[in-house]
Design a protein around this ligand. Structure first.
Ligand SMILES: Nc1nc2c([nH]c(=O)n2[C@@H]2O[C@H](COP(=O)(O)OP(=O)(O)OP(=O)(O)O)[C@@H](O)[C@H]2O)c(=O)[nH]1
Length: 132
């Protein structure tokens, strides 16, 4: 099981780029990672966001749940809304290749892992909603 976060600020969503040598190297995705056995997925997401981009996050509602079979592995992905807690550092590329904030017109399907396509239209709508 994998937990990933949808963090929207000022009409843009936070994306992270997968490191060289990782599964789906170079793809842009929503920050997050694997849930450990018996770990609460929300706690896993807080932990991963701290490790990968150095932010302190509050985890909200589930936006999407999806199962995807890659040639090498199968993943169950839980996408949650997240917000940065007051006083949290700005996101930085601590354990990812890069970070960026994307506007809804920048969310191109061919840059994302295939498992993320189902959530992209929901994220576009959420980002557009916050843009005005
Ligand atoms: N964080 C994140 N992972 C995603 C997304 N979409 C998607 O298919 N994944 C997949 O979910 C898994 C995330 O786990 P991870 O980041 O801890 O994976 P990893 O490469 O260290 O895995 P490994 O230890 O099996 O090689 C990866 O296989 C990744 O390709 C997404 O939007 N965010």
């Amino acid at each position: 099981m994998v937990a990933a976060g949808i963090l929207i600020e000022h009409g843009r969503v936070l994306l992270t780029q997968r490191k060289k040598g990782a599964h789906l190297e170079g793809a842009w995705e929503f920050p997050g990672g694997k849930v450990e056995p018996s770990e609460d997925p929300r706690d896993a997401l807080v932990r991963e966001l701290r490790e990968e981009v150095g932010i302190e996050a509050a985890v909200g509602d589930v936006v999407e749940v999806t199962f995807h079979r890659y040639p090498a592995k199968a993943v169950l992905l839980l996408f949650y809304r997240v917000e940065r807690r007051a006083g949290s550092p700005e996101p930085a590329a601590l354990d990812v290749a890069d970070v960026r904030w994307a506007a809804h017109e920048d969310l191109r399907e061919d840059e994302f892992p295939p498992a993320d396509i189902v959530v992209l239209s929901k994220v576009r709508a959420l980002v557009a909603d916050r843009a005005g």
